[in-house]
Design a protein around this ligand. Structure first.
Ligand code: CA
Length: 402
């Protein structure tokens, strides 16, 4: 596993630095559980359940209507972006256990369901692609976190030969394994990065329209700044993903397979050893191969996880609800705290990935939440950008060839 450069994120308290060398040493010693848990926590969930049937009303019990703003945007849509009108909606996820395909994870961090208002904004219609990220790299020379060699100063207890660039790569197992431990299907791959998603030996040629992966949070922020955009807040992301619907389990409604159609790139078959690709894609898919939601957003469920700007805390929704007021343009908590890994600084990720399956992960359900250590990348984590209605996104994007 790779170390994380907490030093690069000035928002992380100094106390965090003392923790990582120990974590890294454990990882390099072959016990990958600590890092893998980052992926596992956000992916773990869910037992099998019949697909294609409507969910029971219990899954929407706590939701009020979505009241979208009626104002039109001031100008034309920036290239590749769609207008999200904003407005008031109910945010979160009821306990999905007992619902069709709801699995066994109660998803407590997505409650209570609470009312939120967000202003209108622009949002990328798709996840950022390899070719878009390439333009950023060519223009700036930016080096992603996964491409950087960890320094001995950062990790003094780790042998120098083990301080190598790389990232986490999903690797199918040979057969059935316990789903309680994600280590068998994740490996730290030296040399894996956005340009080499599986590691050295294969690049992204002919994959220009695939979402860029192996993106750590600072990488996403750097790209967004260059593009004249920003990352969406978690509230913006969920408002957008719901597409004007209220209390639905999925971004498109309550039926997992409406009219028998697959609506997202997730995992069929037997996890983690046989991805049957019934939805048309075994593994990652190019962007925009599935129907968009009502706002024109593709792949807000499945394909790759998407970073949003909020710090992760499981109690954030409760904090907002305790105020008794509608949360207006919430920006997330002021700090990160995950009781499962209290010293690891995490941002929220949303939308699930091509590894979500009713055997293991149903966090592609629109109200559910994911999380990731800010400097940890993998081959199922990417992002998309947002832009405020008054931002400079239009001229910046034109200048950058979008
Ligand atoms: Ca698939």
């Amino acid at each position: 596993m790779r170390p994380s450069r907490v030093k690069n994120d000035t928002r992380i308290p100094k106390t965090h630095h003392a923790v990582w060398p120990t974590v890294v040493a454990v990882l390099f010693a072959g016990a990958a559980a600590a890092f893998l848990s980052l992926a596992a926590v956000r992916s773990r969930s869910e037992a099998s359940a019949p697909a294609g049937s409507p969910h029971g009303s219990v899954c929407s019990a706590g939701f009020g209507p979505t009241i979208a703003n009626r104002e039109s945007p001031a100008g034309p849509a920036p290239p590749g972006m769609v207008w999200i009108p904003g407005g008031e909606f109910s945010m979160g996820c009821e306990d999905p256990r007992g619902c069709v395909a709801g699995g066994h994870d109660p998803m407590p961090d997505a409650r209570p369901i609470h009312r939120v208002y967000v202003d209108g904004f622009w949002m990328d219609a798709t996840e950022v692609t390899n070719e878009q990220f390439e333009r950023f790299i060519q223009a700036t020379g930016y080096v992603t976190v996964a491409q950087r060699k960890p320094s001995p100063e950062e990790f003094p207890t780790v042998p120098s030969e083990q301080l190598v660039p790389g990232s986490l790569v999903f690797t199918p197992t040979q057969g059935p394994v316990s789903l309680d431990n994600p280590c068998p299907w994740w490996r730290f791959q030296p040399g894996a990065d956005w340009r080499h998603p599986e590691g050295p030996g294969r690049d992204i040629r002919n994959r220009e329209k695939y979402p860029v992966v192996h993106i750590a949070y600072p990488d996403a922020v750097a790209f967004a700044a260059w593009a004249g955009k920003r990352l969406p807040t978690e509230a913006e992301w969920e408002f957008a993903a719901r597409g004007g619907l209220a209390g639905r389990v999925y971004a498109w409604g309550n039926d997992l397979h409406p009219d028998g159609r697959f609506m997202a790139n997730t995992f069929q078959g037997r996890f983690p050893y046989r991805d049957s690709g019934d939805d048309g894609f075994a593994g990652i898919a190019p962007v925009a191969r599935f129907h968009p939601n009502a706002y024109g957003l593709h792949d807000v469920a499945g394909n790759v996880w998407e970073w949003v700007s909020d710090w992760y805390r499981p109690d954030y929704y409760a904090r907002l609800a305790e105020t008794g007021r509608i949360a207006r343009n919430p920006q997330g908590p002021d700090d990160s705290w995950d009781p499962a890994e209290p010293f690891v600084k995490k941002r929220v990720q949303r939308g699930g990935s091509f590894l979500c399956t009713d055997e293991y992960c149903t966090r592609y359900m629109v109200g559910t939440r994911g999380k990731g250590e800010v400097n940890t990348a993998s081959n199922h984590v990417g992002f998309r950008c947002a832009a405020s209605a008054t931002s400079t996104a239009v001229p910046n994007q034109v200048a950058r060839g979008f």
